[in-house]
Structure formats: C-alpha cells, structure tokens
Design a protein. Structure first.
Length: 186
C-alpha cells in the first residue's frame, strides 16, 4: 500500500463510519418519535446542515462526527440526569420539563419540576376517566384547548414563558401533542 491508497482508505473509512452513525442517529430518533419531542428535535438538529453521503470530504466527515458526538453526549448526560432526579414513577415529569423549556439542555431546577408537576396534575384532572367516555376528535380538541390555556397560565406563573403573545409557542406545541396522546391513550 502506498500513501495515496492509505489516504483513500482512511477517507472511505471515515465516510463508512459517518454513514453508519447516521443510521444509529436515525434509530435513536425513531425511539422517541411521538413520545419525547424535545429529545427528538435535539437528535434531529444536532448535526445541523450536515447530511452524510458517499462523496463527503474528510473535513465534513470530521465535522459531522464532532457535532454528532456532542449531540449524543448532551442526550446521554440529560438521560442520566433525568434518571438521577426522578423515580421511575415520575419519569414523565422530566419529559414535561423538557417540553416546558423547549429543549433538553437544562438541569431540572426545582422551580421547573414544580411547574411540570402542576401541569401534570392539570392534565390528569382534565382527562376523562379511563373507559368512561366516548373518544371523539371534538371532545379531544375541547380538552386540549382547555389544557393549553391553563398550562400557559401555569408556565407564566413559574416564569418559563419564552414566547410572545400571538406567536407560535414550541413549548405549548409540545404540550398539545403530549395531551392529545394522553387523551387517546386514556
């Protein structure tokens, strides 16, 4: 083997690693789709603008791997923190915290956990008793709209409102999706 062949082999090996890691990233996203939207968005956005392909140059491969490593590290650190902060029965509170903040990179301050706990209690109060209602789209929307209005008040009370009135709110969008799932699973 000469140096040219070694260089080509190294570049191809990096491309192969990048393509393999991209498949792993996509599988990790699939695990949280429709369950943990803030984590889903984090894993989708952590490689920002880099899409692996067979002709990637070495610099882009290295940039992709660095961004992906940081993304996986942040996700892993967050999951470890979640498991240390909450009991198994309270893990959903961690997800609610992530939705309130709109991303995963935070350390679950007590004030945020209290806000999430109050929102979870609100959801449980508004959800019809399991098996004691006929599920319908209209009823779901009625429950979700009431939930969102009251959740927004709770979020403001705890000082976590990050959007302007009349503008789209990612945290409320996350909470709406969550509440719809809760409704249909009840």
């Amino acid at each position: 083997m000469n140096t040219y062949e070694a260089k080509v082999l190294l570049a191809n090996s990096l491309r192969c690693l990048v393509m393999s890691m991209e498949q792993i990233r996509l599988r990790e996203i699939e695990k949280v789709v429709g369950r943990e939207e803030p984590m889903q968005d984090h894993l989708a956005e952590c490689i920002a603008g880099l899409h692996p392909h067979e002709e990637m140059d070495v610099e882009n491969c290295l940039e992709y791997l660095k961004k992906l490593y940081i993304g996986f590290k942040d996700a892993s650190d967050h999951e470890i923190l979640l498991e240390n902060k909450f009991s198994i029965a309270e893990l959903e509170l961690g997800n609610i915290c992530d939705m309130i903040i709109g991303f995963i990179n935070h350390d679950y301050p007590d004030n945020l956990v209290a806000c999430a706990r109050e929102i979870n209690q609100l959801a449980q109060k508004l959800l019809p008793a399991k098996g004691h209602h006929v599920k319908s789209h209209d009823h779901c929307m009625m429950v979700v709209m009431k939930f969102q209005k009251e959740a927004m008040t709770i979020i403001e009370k705890y000082g976590y409102k990050t959007w302007q009135d009349g503008m789209y709110s990612l945290p409320l969008g996350y909470l709406q999706s969550w509440m719809e799932r809760e409704y249909w699973e009840a």
